[in-house]
Design a protein around this ligand. Sequence first.
Ligand code: UN1
Length: 504
Amino acid sequence: MAETPSITTKAPSFGNFIGGEWRPAESGRTFESRNPADSRDLIGHFAASDAADVAAAVRAAEEALPAWRATPAPKRGEIMYAFGALLAQHKERLAHALTREMGKVLAEARGDVQEGIDIAYLMAGEGRRMFGDTTPSELPDKWAMSIRQPVGTAGIITPWNFPIAIPCWKMTAALICGNAVVLKPASDTPHCAVLLVELMAQAGFPAGVVNLVTGSGAEVGVPLVDNPDVNVISFTGNGDTGRDILRRGAKRMLRVSLELGGKNAIVVMADADLDLAVDGIVWSAFGTTGQRCTACSRLVVDESVADELVGRLVDRANRLRLGSGLETTTDVGPLINSAASDKVGGYVGVGTDEGARLVAGGSAATSDGLAHGHFFSPTILDGVRPMDRVAQEEIFGPVLSVLRVSGYEEAAMVVNSSRYGLSSSIYTRDTNTAFRAMRDFATGIVYVNAGTIGAETHLPFGGIKGTGNGHREAGHAALDTFSEWKSIYVDYSGRLQRAQIDNQ
Ligand code: UN1
């Protein structure tokens, strides 16, 4: 996008945050961030960092670690609470910056910031919980308990689709456990990361505890993963990158937490409230322009209600208004960049080649006012089969594939025929069917009579199969990624007691 003429005469420059100081990349190189709704709008110039900057940030984290891990967790929680309060105070400013850089509509940008506030407050409270077990010993006059201890330096690699919420999920959990962090945000949303880290510094995290290094995956992400002093990597993003991180980390038994997306299905049973289902499907498939890991990209509908439901969805999809997320009249903002638009367009061709019927949208939207952004019409493909590529591959755009089934058993089979397992949903008025779905759907998150998006921060977030490697974010489950369990035994009998032998 570098050749696009700028309508901003002078855009600001932003550096990395290392050891409590803002500084340019050691090479002096920069990259641009532009508004996806209007690529003439240049947001700023950001440090195009490389391995030297990563090494400096990891050193700063290492230096800050001893004092930070020795800080009582409730004290760490007080700083975290101050950070949450600052996010709340600056919510509107952050939401506007987020919409300008990432594109989602303002109401959703506010929601993105709100997730950051919610997790900051939750993790602030963890500073006074962080429960371990105190449990009876099998021997008399002996004490047994377990405590959590920090892992060390955490490398945090985050996507552009939730540029405030996801860095907050990961960093707050890491920090409350007593780790220092190095954040590498997506290259499409460096400004959001800068604004976030500014507030973290203001909240009072000591120098070196929070570091930011902007730049590409190849030049910043890879050296961060390969740095022997990084003890844990938490990554959300695409599957190939996730598997590469796992392979690189395996060489030194690196602790890695991955969240790699989904192919989330909504099931609509014959007895469903169709009005409710239509609202939930439109919100889950086209909200955030389909750019959520939890977005609904498969509609699994009982054939008895399929024609009516699809008809209503087509009508709603055609009426969604595209535009800048800053306009209050906009329902659907742009895709993140032109490569995303090409990818989504490519998948529409894949779907129709496979025999699907294109019943709504299907192309980039370039009419009045949209010509300088990466807009794509909300798209519906009907008559998709479970193993078709558009039913299996994550498109990450406003494309809904409709799969028609007969009854619950077939619906559950189709839901579970995905290589991913993040989120799923069922619309039914039958309690028995709802409980069967809760049990049967092979996903980390299941919704009943609600869409596939909108996970709350105090419950575990993550999935099974290709979605991840067994970790969960958010909730107290997130602490497991960023802490080591230590089991402690205190024998106060004053004599040798042999476990497993003297208790016969
Ligand atoms: C993501 O897209 O990776 O549940 C996160 C939701 C949001 C988070 C999505 N709270 O849709």
